[in-house]
Design a protein around this ligand. Structure first.
Ligand SMILES: [Zn+2]
Length: 314
């Protein structure tokens, strides 16, 4: 079985044919032109896919076209209701594709697509129930139960980043306060790093990043590795909030594994060792409940494409 997987992002649109073993064929991409009407972008995309399928001689082999897209979607109707990133409103993506190509089209949230990719062919491939968290500017969540993506009504569920961890806590982009995202995103880690730098001008964090505006998610990890106490404190607090949020998801879903992706997940053992220790010490039911391991994602930038195609391999 072969499907086309497409990953729509705010700077480019990437895609490829993917088979049911997770093998990725030659890739294609087109730039995302900001300000271009969404209907024109989708028409161009569908034409590109048509040419690609012809060039790869896959006409009779494609079972469908899966599309991962940021924003609020109606997955049943194949509509992007609203995407802040793409500036799209009520865009009937599936209908436009069907005018140009004879294949079924499925739409899902970009975080869900990446999660399904990891679940089927990446870090979760040996397991049935997987939770994936993408720690980036925000926090994307994906829920795979018994090998199937759980999307909720109209595909609008799975917003694990917007579950409140601290009542009346830090403001969140969603309008509430104290969301998991407001403590565990890269944005949150950078915010706390800057605060700690301003409170301690002698911290090694200033050596790692002399310009505070350029602070990234790695600064605390590098400074803490060199023994900086302020950085270590920021890191410990970050791991505490991330760990508490993950423990909530463990208690709700009891997944086999939790997969972390996004820039922060590249920190390696400096993140995963203390995080797994934190979770192990607080595992519900002590020895009687299976422990949940937190592991890094494996597919990198291909996870969205692979997962979008995998909507047809469930
Ligand atoms: Zn929120």
């Amino acid at each position: 079985m072969i499907a086309i997987g497409i990953d729509i992002g705010g700077t480019s649109i990437k895609g490829a044919a993917v088979d049911s073993n997770g093998r990725v064929y030659e890739k294609f991409s087109l730039p995302f032109i900001k300000g271009e009407p969404g209907e024109i972008t989708i028409r161009k995309l569908a034409e590109t896919v048509k040419e690609y399928i012809g060039a790869q001689k896959l006409d009779n082999k494609i079972v469908g076209i899966g599309i991962g897209c940021p924003g609020t979607l109606d997955v049943e109707k194949g509509i992007v209701n609203y995407s802040n990133n793409l500036c799209w409103n009520e865009l009937h993506v599936a209908d436009i594709f069907k005018e140009i190509l004879p294949y079924p089209v499925r739409l899902t949230n970009d975080a869900n697509a990446a999660s399904l990719g990891e679940a089927k062919f990446g870090a979760g491939k040996s397991y049935e129930t997987i939770i994936m968290l993408t720690l980036g500017t925000g926090v994307g969540g994906g829920i795979i139960i018994n090998g199937k993506l759980f999307e909720g009504n109209q595909g609008k569920g799975g917003e694990l980043g917007h579950t409140v961890l601290v009542v009346d806590g830090e403001p969140c982009t969603c309008g509430r306060k104290g969301c998991f995202e407001a403590y565990s995103s890269a944005t949150a880690l950078i915010r706390e790093t800057k605060k700690a730098m301003l409170a301690n001008k002698r911290s090694l964090m200033w050596k790692v990043s002399p310009e505070i505006e350029l602070v990234g998610g790695r600064v605390v990890f590098e400074a803490a590795a060199q023994g900086d106490k302020s950085a270590q404190k920021v890191l410990d607090t970050y791991i505490k909030y991330l760990g508490e949020g993950i423990l909530n998801y463990c208690n709700i879903f009891r997944p086999n594994v939790i997969v972390l992706s996004g820039g922060i997940a590249n920190a390696g053992d400096a993140l995963f060792d203390p995080l797994n220790q934190y979770i192990k010490e607080r595992n519900y039911g002590y020895q009687s409940t299976p422990e949940v391991k937190v592991v890094p994602a494996e597919l990198g930038y291909d996870s969205g494409k692979i997962g979008a195609a995998a909507l047809f391999f469930e």
